[in-house]
Design a protein around this ligand. Structure first.
Ligand code: C2E
Ligand code: CA
Ligand code: CA
Ligand code: CA
Length: 282
């Protein structure tokens, strides 16, 4: 018993020390990642369910570190947020994504429908004053129609500081960009604040999209309720994490507006999106 106790202690101690060291290494490596060109933007298609046509792409950050290898955004985005690095990195991504969208649009034959690009914005960016300026400058510099830029904000991010968030969101709305609530359903008080936000799009989290269309799905009533509520408020809905035709068919039958997920495509670097851009204009 004595031995295992000591072992238990030693194990805990080592893993804690490891975790602290990993975290410090990650943070240090992340500090220079942007300047060293280690960050990239991948794009995942968002498809209109009614027309089955490409509507746009979500921009997702990727980090390939020479020392640490591929690091998941689930691991480095929280650190970027805590350290404030997300402000600089987020501004870089927003500019990069908008420029990419403008390049794609210029290459499309005339008459082609407009595409959008959807960019994730963290609560840190909402709080600082720089986001509105970055968005305004980027729109002015590129000439992108504002509504073609979507900004995704998580529920929990907004709830952390409703008043500041609301002020920034209203300024962004005044610029004409499209605001989205991301991961809808995973935070708190969804119903009580949704109608107060100047939001045009609601993205249902993939945990609620899992299993819809299957016999024993307990998610279906939830997705139906979200669709009824958001549609009543004039908002459009993106279902995230669509991985099967069964899910797609069910969502279409419920009048869900847009879908995103592996069934349509995984996030990919811009060079690999040519297929999507061609398919849509064919
Ligand atoms: P998110 O904003 O909810 O992004 C959707 C995540 O779901 C992405 O993970 C995407 O690759 C994944 N996904 C898409 N379709 C499917 C599917 O059919 N099945 C499954 N299982 N997963 C799917 P990713 O790229 O690893 O990003 C994770 C999270 O990191 C994002 O979740 C977002 O919260 C954050 N993130 C990524 N890029 C950025 C960024 O530029 N800024 C900020 N602030 N956060 C970002
Ligand atoms: Ca998102
Ligand atoms: Ca999401
Ligand atoms: Ca998510």
């Amino acid at each position: 018993a004595k031995g295992s106790g000591r072992n238990g202690y030693a194990l805990f101690d080592t893993s804690l020390r490891d975790r602290v060291r990993d975290r410090v290494r990650l943070e240090q490596a992340l500090r220079g990642a942007l300047d060293r060109g280690e960050l990239a933007v991948y794009y995942q298609p968002i498809v209109d369910l009614e027309s089955d046509e490409l509507d746009g792409f979500e921009a997702l950050m990727r980090w390939q570190s020479p020392e640490l290898g591929f690091v998941s955004p689930m691991d480095f985005i929280p650190i970027a947020e805590e350290t404030g690095l997300i402000v600089e990195v987020g501004a870089w991504l927003l500019r990069d994504a908008v420029r990419e969208l403008v390049r794609w649009t210029e290459r499309r034959p005339d008459g082609a429908r407009r595409l959008h690009v959807s960019v994730n914005v963290s609560v840190r960016q909402l709080r600082g004053g720089a986001l509105v300026r970055t968005v305004r400058d980027t729109l002015a510099e590129t000439g992108l129609p504002p509504e073609a830029l979507w900004l995704e904000i998580t529920e929990s991010g907004v709830m952390e500081d409703v008043d500041t968030a609301l002020q920034t969101l209203n300024e962004l709305r005044d610029l004409g960009v499209t605001l989205c609530v991301d991961d809808f359903g995973t935070g708190y008080s969804s119903l009580s604040y949704l109608h107060r936000l100047p939001v045009g799009i609601v993205k249902i989290d993939r945990s609620f999209v899992a299993g819809v269309g299957e016999d024993d799905s307990t998610n279906e009533p939830i997705v139906r309720a979200v669709l009824a509520m958001t549609h009543a408020m004039g908002q459009r809905v993106v279902a995230e994490g669509v991985e099967t035709a069964v899910q797609r068919d069910w969502l279409r039958a419920q009048d869900c507006d847009l879908v995103q997920g592996w069934f349509y495509g995984k996030p990919e670097p811009p060079a690999r999106l040519e297929d999507w851009l061609r398919r849509d204009t064919a």
